[in-house]
Design a binder for this molecule. Sequence first.
Ligand SMILES: [Zn+2]
Length: 416
Amino acid sequence: MAAIIDPPIATRARIDGARLWDSLMTLARIGATPKGGVRRLALTELDGQGRDRVVGWLRDAGCDIRVDAIGNVFATRAGRTGAPAVAIGSHVDTQPSGGKFDGNYGVLSGLEVVRTLADAGIVTERPVTVAIWTNEEGTRFTPVMMGSGVYAGAFTLEHCLAQRDRDGVSVGDALAAIGYAGRDAAPRFHAYFEPHIEQGPILEREGFTIGAVSGALGQRWFDVTVTGQDAHAGPTPIEMRRDALLAASRLVLEVRAIACAHPDDARGTVGQMYVSPNSRNVIPGRVEFSVDFRNAAAGTLDAMCEALARAAERVAAEDGVQVDLREVVHFPPCAFDPALVAGVEAGARALGHPVRRISSGAGHDAVYVARTCPTAMIFVPCADGISHNEIESAQPEHLAAGADVLLRSVLEVAGA
Ligand SMILES: [Zn+2]
Protein backbone atom coordinates (compact mmCIF):
# COMPACT_ATOMS: atom_id res chain seq x y z
CA MET A 1 0.00 0.00 0.00
CA ALA A 2 1.30 3.39 -0.96
CA ALA A 3 2.06 5.73 1.87
CA ILE A 4 -0.42 8.55 2.24
CA ILE A 5 1.51 11.76 2.04
CA ASP A 6 -0.02 15.14 2.71
CA PRO A 7 0.49 17.25 -0.37
CA PRO A 8 2.66 20.28 0.41
CA ILE A 9 0.76 23.37 1.47
CA ALA A 10 1.70 25.09 -1.78
CA THR A 11 -0.29 22.51 -3.79
CA ARG A 12 -3.23 22.61 -1.41
CA ALA A 13 -3.50 26.40 -1.27
CA ARG A 14 -6.60 27.87 -2.95
CA ILE A 15 -7.57 31.44 -3.57
CA ASP A 16 -10.74 32.91 -2.01
CA GLY A 17 -13.20 33.30 -4.89
CA ALA A 18 -15.66 35.39 -2.87
CA ARG A 19 -12.92 37.81 -1.83
CA LEU A 20 -11.73 38.10 -5.44
CA TRP A 21 -15.30 38.83 -6.59
CA ASP A 22 -15.72 41.37 -3.81
CA SER A 23 -12.56 43.25 -4.80
CA LEU A 24 -13.68 43.28 -8.47
CA MET A 25 -17.08 44.70 -7.52
CA THR A 26 -15.59 47.25 -5.10
CA LEU A 27 -13.12 48.54 -7.69
CA ALA A 28 -15.91 48.69 -10.30
CA ARG A 29 -17.75 51.26 -8.16
CA ILE A 30 -15.05 53.81 -9.01
CA GLY A 31 -16.23 55.23 -12.31
CA ALA A 32 -19.37 53.05 -12.35
CA THR A 33 -21.77 53.83 -15.23
CA PRO A 34 -25.58 53.66 -15.01
CA LYS A 35 -25.70 50.58 -17.27
CA GLY A 36 -23.43 48.55 -14.99
CA GLY A 37 -20.12 49.25 -16.70
CA VAL A 38 -17.06 51.29 -15.76
CA ARG A 39 -15.56 54.45 -17.23
CA ARG A 40 -12.07 55.01 -15.80
CA LEU A 41 -9.94 56.47 -18.57
CA ALA A 42 -6.16 56.34 -18.16
CA LEU A 43 -4.64 58.92 -15.81
CA THR A 44 -7.91 60.68 -15.01
CA GLU A 45 -8.83 61.49 -11.43
CA LEU A 46 -10.96 58.32 -11.38
CA ASP A 47 -8.02 56.22 -12.62
CA GLY A 48 -6.02 57.77 -9.77
CA GLN A 49 -8.72 56.75 -7.28
CA GLY A 50 -8.82 53.22 -8.70
CA ARG A 51 -5.03 52.91 -8.51
CA ASP A 52 -5.02 54.26 -4.94
CA ARG A 53 -7.58 51.65 -3.91
CA VAL A 54 -5.66 48.73 -5.43
CA VAL A 55 -2.29 49.99 -4.18
CA GLY A 56 -3.78 50.29 -0.67
CA TRP A 57 -4.97 46.69 -0.83
CA LEU A 58 -1.58 45.50 -2.08
CA ARG A 59 0.23 47.40 0.68
CA ASP A 60 -2.12 45.89 3.28
CA ALA A 61 -1.26 42.46 1.87
CA GLY A 62 2.39 43.11 2.70
CA CYS A 63 3.72 44.43 -0.61
CA ASP A 64 6.40 47.05 -1.13
CA ILE A 65 5.20 49.61 -3.72
CA ARG A 66 7.33 51.11 -6.49
CA VAL A 67 6.23 53.42 -9.32
CA ASP A 68 8.30 54.05 -12.43
CA ALA A 69 8.45 57.18 -14.60
CA ILE A 70 5.56 56.16 -16.89
CA GLY A 71 3.39 55.38 -13.84
CA ASN A 72 3.63 51.59 -13.93
CA VAL A 73 3.08 50.25 -10.39
CA PHE A 74 5.13 47.30 -9.08
CA ALA A 75 3.90 45.83 -5.78
CA THR A 76 6.30 43.22 -4.50
CA ARG A 77 5.90 40.59 -1.81
CA ALA A 78 9.39 39.59 -0.68
CA GLY A 79 10.65 36.07 -1.30
CA ARG A 80 13.23 34.02 0.57
CA THR A 81 15.79 35.21 -1.98
CA GLY A 82 16.27 38.51 -3.77
CA ALA A 83 16.25 36.82 -7.20
CA PRO A 84 14.16 38.42 -9.98
CA ALA A 85 10.46 38.16 -9.17
CA VAL A 86 7.66 36.18 -10.75
CA ALA A 87 5.18 38.85 -11.83
CA ILE A 88 1.42 38.97 -12.38
CA GLY A 89 -0.11 41.98 -14.05
CA SER A 90 -2.56 43.77 -16.29
CA HIS A 91 -4.25 47.20 -16.27
CA VAL A 92 -6.98 49.05 -14.36
CA ASP A 93 -7.80 51.76 -16.93
CA THR A 94 -10.95 51.09 -18.97
CA GLN A 95 -12.64 51.99 -22.23
CA PRO A 96 -15.10 54.97 -22.16
CA SER A 97 -17.99 52.50 -21.85
CA GLY A 98 -15.94 49.59 -20.53
CA GLY A 99 -16.68 46.68 -18.24
CA LYS A 100 -15.69 45.52 -14.77
CA PHE A 101 -13.32 42.72 -15.81
CA ASP A 102 -11.07 43.72 -18.73
CA GLY A 103 -7.66 44.32 -17.16
CA ASN A 104 -9.02 44.63 -13.63
CA TYR A 105 -9.30 40.86 -13.38
CA GLY A 106 -5.59 40.38 -14.07
CA VAL A 107 -4.48 42.88 -11.44
CA LEU A 108 -6.99 41.76 -8.81
CA SER A 109 -6.25 38.07 -9.31
CA GLY A 110 -2.63 39.04 -8.65
CA LEU A 111 -3.80 40.76 -5.46
CA GLU A 112 -5.78 37.62 -4.56
CA VAL A 113 -2.67 35.45 -5.02
CA VAL A 114 -0.65 37.73 -2.73
CA ARG A 115 -3.42 37.74 -0.12
CA THR A 116 -3.65 33.93 -0.28
CA LEU A 117 0.12 33.55 0.18
CA ALA A 118 -0.02 35.91 3.17
CA ASP A 119 -2.95 34.06 4.77
CA ALA A 120 -1.31 30.66 4.30
CA GLY A 121 2.04 31.93 5.55
CA ILE A 122 3.75 30.75 2.37
CA VAL A 123 7.18 32.24 1.71
CA THR A 124 8.15 31.80 -1.94
CA GLU A 125 11.78 31.46 -3.02
CA ARG A 126 11.50 34.30 -5.53
CA PRO A 127 9.56 37.49 -4.77
CA VAL A 128 6.09 37.86 -6.31
CA THR A 129 5.27 41.19 -7.97
CA VAL A 130 1.87 42.52 -9.01
CA ALA A 131 2.21 45.00 -11.90
CA ILE A 132 -0.33 47.64 -12.94
CA TRP A 133 0.55 48.88 -16.45
CA THR A 134 -0.29 52.45 -17.44
CA ASN A 135 -2.76 53.26 -20.23
CA GLU A 136 -3.36 49.86 -21.77
CA GLU A 137 -6.57 50.93 -23.52
CA GLY A 138 -5.12 53.86 -25.46
CA THR A 139 -8.44 55.72 -25.51
CA ARG A 140 -7.35 59.01 -23.97
CA PHE A 141 -3.68 58.83 -24.97
CA THR A 142 -2.03 56.90 -27.81
CA PRO A 143 -0.24 54.57 -28.21
CA VAL A 144 -2.16 51.69 -26.64
CA MET A 145 -0.28 49.47 -24.16
CA MET A 146 1.83 52.49 -23.33
CA GLY A 147 3.22 51.48 -19.92
CA SER A 148 4.20 47.95 -20.91
CA GLY A 149 5.52 49.28 -24.23
CA VAL A 150 7.87 51.68 -22.46
CA TYR A 151 8.87 48.89 -20.07
CA ALA A 152 9.79 46.63 -23.01
CA GLY A 153 11.52 49.39 -24.99
CA ALA A 154 8.89 49.51 -27.77
CA PHE A 155 8.52 53.30 -27.22
CA THR A 156 10.74 55.84 -25.50
CA LEU A 157 9.67 57.33 -22.19
CA GLU A 158 10.08 60.88 -23.56
CA HIS A 159 7.80 60.18 -26.53
CA CYS A 160 5.06 58.79 -24.29
CA LEU A 161 5.29 61.50 -21.60
CA ALA A 162 4.83 64.13 -24.33
CA GLN A 163 1.62 62.60 -25.79
CA ARG A 164 -1.43 64.83 -25.32
CA ASP A 165 -5.16 64.14 -24.99
CA ARG A 166 -7.83 66.12 -26.90
CA ASP A 167 -7.72 68.87 -24.26
CA GLY A 168 -3.96 69.30 -24.65
CA VAL A 169 -3.05 67.63 -21.33
CA SER A 170 0.19 65.65 -21.58
CA VAL A 171 0.79 62.18 -20.14
CA GLY A 172 3.53 63.67 -17.95
CA ASP A 173 1.19 66.30 -16.47
CA ALA A 174 -1.65 63.81 -16.02
CA LEU A 175 0.68 61.41 -14.17
CA ALA A 176 1.83 64.20 -11.84
CA ALA A 177 -1.76 65.33 -11.22
CA ILE A 178 -2.82 61.91 -9.89
CA GLY A 179 0.45 61.30 -8.00
CA TYR A 180 1.87 58.56 -10.21
CA ALA A 181 4.87 60.29 -11.80
CA GLY A 182 7.23 57.84 -10.13
CA ARG A 183 11.01 57.76 -9.89
CA ASP A 184 11.67 54.10 -9.15
CA ALA A 185 13.50 51.85 -11.59
CA ALA A 186 11.29 49.21 -13.19
CA PRO A 187 12.33 45.73 -12.02
CA ARG A 188 13.15 42.93 -14.46
CA PHE A 189 11.17 39.70 -14.01
CA HIS A 190 11.98 36.01 -14.03
CA ALA A 191 8.55 35.26 -15.51
CA TYR A 192 5.25 37.07 -16.15
CA PHE A 193 1.64 35.85 -16.03
CA GLU A 194 -1.39 37.82 -17.20
CA PRO A 195 -4.87 36.47 -16.47
CA HIS A 196 -7.59 38.09 -18.61
CA ILE A 197 -11.14 37.52 -19.77
CA GLU A 198 -11.03 35.99 -23.24
CA GLN A 199 -12.90 38.89 -24.94
CA GLY A 200 -14.02 36.35 -27.54
CA PRO A 201 -16.64 33.56 -27.66
CA ILE A 202 -14.55 30.38 -27.97
CA LEU A 203 -14.17 29.15 -24.36
CA GLU A 204 -17.82 29.74 -23.53
CA ARG A 205 -19.10 28.16 -26.74
CA GLU A 206 -16.91 25.06 -26.35
CA GLY A 207 -17.43 24.66 -22.60
CA PHE A 208 -13.88 25.34 -21.39
CA THR A 209 -13.12 27.16 -18.14
CA ILE A 210 -9.45 27.94 -18.83
CA GLY A 211 -7.61 29.01 -21.96
CA ALA A 212 -3.86 28.34 -21.92
CA VAL A 213 -2.86 31.15 -24.27
CA SER A 214 -0.16 30.03 -26.68
CA GLY A 215 0.47 33.50 -28.07
CA ALA A 216 -1.05 36.57 -29.65
CA LEU A 217 -1.96 36.92 -33.30
CA GLY A 218 0.27 39.12 -35.43
CA GLN A 219 -1.49 42.11 -36.99
CA ARG A 220 -0.99 43.99 -40.25
CA TRP A 221 -3.28 46.95 -40.89
CA PHE A 222 -3.69 48.85 -44.16
CA ASP A 223 -5.29 52.06 -45.36
CA VAL A 224 -6.65 51.40 -48.83
CA THR A 225 -7.52 54.21 -51.26
CA VAL A 226 -9.53 53.47 -54.40
CA THR A 227 -9.62 56.26 -56.97
CA GLY A 228 -12.11 56.17 -59.85
CA GLN A 229 -14.12 58.94 -61.45
CA ASP A 230 -17.05 60.92 -60.00
CA ALA A 231 -19.84 61.09 -62.54
CA HIS A 232 -23.59 61.70 -62.77
CA ALA A 233 -25.66 58.63 -61.87
CA GLY A 234 -28.16 59.24 -64.68
CA PRO A 235 -26.32 59.89 -67.94
CA THR A 236 -23.32 57.54 -67.35
CA PRO A 237 -23.90 53.99 -68.71
CA ILE A 238 -22.88 51.14 -66.42
CA GLU A 239 -20.10 49.86 -68.69
CA MET A 240 -18.48 53.32 -68.88
CA ARG A 241 -18.17 53.89 -65.13
CA ARG A 242 -15.08 53.92 -62.95
CA ASP A 243 -16.94 53.28 -59.69
CA ALA A 244 -14.59 53.39 -56.68
CA LEU A 245 -17.22 52.01 -54.27
CA LEU A 246 -17.93 49.03 -56.49
CA ALA A 247 -14.22 48.20 -56.61
CA ALA A 248 -13.88 48.74 -52.84
CA SER A 249 -16.85 46.43 -52.24
CA ARG A 250 -15.20 43.69 -54.30
CA LEU A 251 -12.07 44.11 -52.16
CA VAL A 252 -14.12 43.85 -48.93
CA LEU A 253 -15.30 40.44 -50.15
CA GLU A 254 -11.70 39.54 -51.03
CA VAL A 255 -10.56 40.36 -47.46
CA ARG A 256 -13.03 37.86 -46.08
CA ALA A 257 -12.18 35.26 -48.73
CA ILE A 258 -8.46 35.65 -47.94
CA ALA A 259 -9.11 35.14 -44.21
CA CYS A 260 -11.21 32.04 -44.93
CA ALA A 261 -8.55 30.60 -47.27
CA HIS A 262 -5.71 30.79 -44.75
CA PRO A 263 -5.31 28.38 -41.83
CA ASP A 264 -5.13 28.74 -38.09
CA ASP A 265 -6.83 31.73 -36.61
CA ALA A 266 -6.78 33.93 -39.71
CA ARG A 267 -8.84 37.10 -39.37
CA GLY A 268 -9.66 39.74 -41.97
CA THR A 269 -11.77 42.79 -41.20
CA VAL A 270 -12.84 45.98 -42.97
CA GLY A 271 -14.19 48.22 -40.21
CA GLN A 272 -14.00 51.71 -41.68
CA MET A 273 -15.03 53.15 -45.03
CA TYR A 274 -15.28 56.70 -46.32
CA VAL A 275 -17.14 57.25 -49.58
CA SER A 276 -16.62 60.40 -51.59
CA PRO A 277 -18.47 62.50 -52.56
CA ASN A 278 -21.14 60.41 -50.71
CA SER A 279 -24.04 61.74 -52.71
CA ARG A 280 -26.94 59.48 -53.77
CA ASN A 281 -26.88 60.50 -57.42
CA VAL A 282 -23.12 60.60 -57.96
CA ILE A 283 -20.98 57.56 -58.87
CA PRO A 284 -18.35 57.48 -56.10
CA GLY A 285 -14.96 58.64 -57.34
CA ARG A 286 -12.94 57.94 -54.24
CA VAL A 287 -13.23 55.44 -51.37
CA GLU A 288 -10.89 54.97 -48.43
CA PHE A 289 -11.18 51.92 -46.20
CA SER A 290 -9.24 49.99 -43.56
CA VAL A 291 -8.05 46.38 -43.62
CA ASP A 292 -7.07 44.51 -40.45
CA PHE A 293 -5.41 41.12 -41.03
CA ARG A 294 -4.38 38.82 -38.15
CA ASN A 295 -2.69 35.43 -37.97
CA ALA A 296 -0.66 33.41 -35.48
CA ALA A 297 2.07 32.61 -38.06
CA ALA A 298 4.17 35.40 -39.53
CA GLY A 299 4.56 33.62 -42.90
CA THR A 300 0.81 33.08 -43.26
CA LEU A 301 0.11 36.69 -42.27
CA ASP A 302 2.51 37.86 -45.00
CA ALA A 303 0.85 35.53 -47.51
CA MET A 304 -2.54 37.09 -46.67
CA CYS A 305 -1.15 40.56 -47.35
CA GLU A 306 0.37 39.41 -50.65
CA ALA A 307 -3.01 37.94 -51.65
CA LEU A 308 -4.62 41.32 -50.95
CA ALA A 309 -2.04 43.10 -53.10
CA ARG A 310 -2.76 40.70 -56.00
CA ALA A 311 -6.52 41.17 -55.59
CA ALA A 312 -6.04 44.94 -55.60
CA GLU A 313 -4.13 44.75 -58.91
CA ARG A 314 -6.78 42.55 -60.48
CA VAL A 315 -9.73 44.70 -59.35
CA ALA A 316 -7.92 47.88 -60.43
CA ALA A 317 -7.43 46.48 -63.94
CA GLU A 318 -10.97 45.11 -64.26
CA ASP A 319 -12.75 48.17 -62.86
CA GLY A 320 -10.54 50.89 -64.35
CA VAL A 321 -9.63 52.34 -60.94
CA GLN A 322 -6.43 52.93 -59.05
CA VAL A 323 -5.93 51.05 -55.77
CA ASP A 324 -3.25 52.13 -53.29
CA LEU A 325 -2.38 50.05 -50.21
CA ARG A 326 -0.53 51.69 -47.35
CA GLU A 327 0.54 49.66 -44.32
CA VAL A 328 -0.13 51.56 -41.08
CA VAL A 329 0.41 48.94 -38.32
CA HIS A 330 2.61 45.85 -38.20
CA PHE A 331 2.74 43.79 -35.00
CA PRO A 332 4.55 40.47 -35.51
CA PRO A 333 2.88 37.40 -33.97
CA CYS A 334 3.94 36.79 -30.37
CA ALA A 335 4.54 33.25 -29.12
CA PHE A 336 4.40 32.89 -25.34
CA ASP A 337 6.89 30.73 -23.43
CA PRO A 338 6.15 27.05 -24.25
CA ALA A 339 7.13 25.80 -20.77
CA LEU A 340 4.94 28.37 -18.97
CA VAL A 341 2.01 27.69 -21.32
CA ALA A 342 2.37 23.94 -20.71
CA GLY A 343 2.50 24.68 -16.96
CA VAL A 344 -0.76 26.62 -17.11
CA GLU A 345 -2.38 23.78 -19.02
CA ALA A 346 -1.09 21.11 -16.60
CA GLY A 347 -2.12 23.24 -13.61
CA ALA A 348 -5.67 23.60 -14.93
CA ARG A 349 -5.89 19.81 -15.49
CA ALA A 350 -4.56 19.08 -12.01
CA LEU A 351 -7.24 21.34 -10.54
CA GLY A 352 -9.95 19.66 -12.65
CA HIS A 353 -10.76 22.63 -14.88
CA PRO A 354 -11.49 21.98 -18.58
CA VAL A 355 -8.67 23.66 -20.51
CA ARG A 356 -7.74 24.23 -24.16
CA ARG A 357 -4.96 26.06 -25.97
CA ILE A 358 -6.08 29.34 -27.49
CA SER A 359 -4.58 32.31 -29.34
CA SER A 360 -5.20 35.86 -28.23
CA GLY A 361 -6.76 37.85 -31.05
CA ALA A 362 -6.34 41.11 -29.13
CA GLY A 363 -3.24 42.96 -27.98
CA HIS A 364 -2.35 42.77 -24.27
CA ASP A 365 0.40 44.13 -22.03
CA ALA A 366 1.75 40.56 -22.01
CA VAL A 367 2.67 40.92 -25.69
CA TYR A 368 5.20 43.63 -24.84
CA VAL A 369 6.34 42.07 -21.55
CA ALA A 370 7.04 38.84 -23.48
CA ARG A 371 9.93 40.67 -25.15
CA THR A 372 11.66 40.88 -21.75
CA CYS A 373 10.98 37.56 -19.97
CA PRO A 374 9.16 34.21 -20.33
CA THR A 375 5.44 35.04 -20.39
CA ALA A 376 2.06 33.30 -20.42
CA MET A 377 -1.58 34.33 -20.26
CA ILE A 378 -4.56 32.62 -18.65
CA PHE A 379 -7.97 33.24 -20.26
CA VAL A 380 -11.35 32.72 -18.63
CA PRO A 381 -14.69 32.90 -20.48
CA CYS A 382 -16.79 36.06 -20.64
CA ALA A 383 -20.49 36.13 -21.48
CA ASP A 384 -21.12 35.97 -25.26
CA GLY A 385 -17.47 36.93 -25.79
CA ILE A 386 -18.38 40.59 -25.32
CA SER A 387 -15.97 43.16 -23.89
CA HIS A 388 -15.17 46.86 -24.31
CA ASN A 389 -18.84 47.16 -23.41
CA GLU A 390 -20.75 47.98 -20.22
CA ILE A 391 -22.53 44.61 -20.36
CA GLU A 392 -19.19 42.73 -20.13
CA SER A 393 -19.79 39.85 -17.71
CA ALA A 394 -17.97 36.83 -16.30
CA GLN A 395 -18.90 34.00 -13.91
CA PRO A 396 -17.47 34.21 -10.37
CA GLU A 397 -16.54 30.49 -10.48
CA HIS A 398 -14.65 30.94 -13.77
CA LEU A 399 -12.77 33.93 -12.37
CA ALA A 400 -11.89 31.93 -9.25
CA ALA A 401 -10.73 28.96 -11.36
CA GLY A 402 -8.43 31.23 -13.37
CA ALA A 403 -6.96 32.71 -10.19
CA ASP A 404 -6.37 29.21 -8.77
CA VAL A 405 -4.54 28.20 -11.95
CA LEU A 406 -2.56 31.43 -11.62
CA LEU A 407 -1.65 30.69 -7.98
CA ARG A 408 -0.48 27.21 -8.89
CA SER A 409 1.56 28.46 -11.87
CA VAL A 410 3.17 31.23 -9.82
CA LEU A 411 4.10 28.86 -7.00
CA GLU A 412 5.61 26.42 -9.47
CA VAL A 413 7.86 29.08 -11.00
CA ALA A 414 8.58 31.11 -7.84
CA GLY A 415 9.23 28.01 -5.72
CA ALA A 416 7.68 27.49 -2.30
ZN1 LIG B 1 -7.34 44.35 -21.19
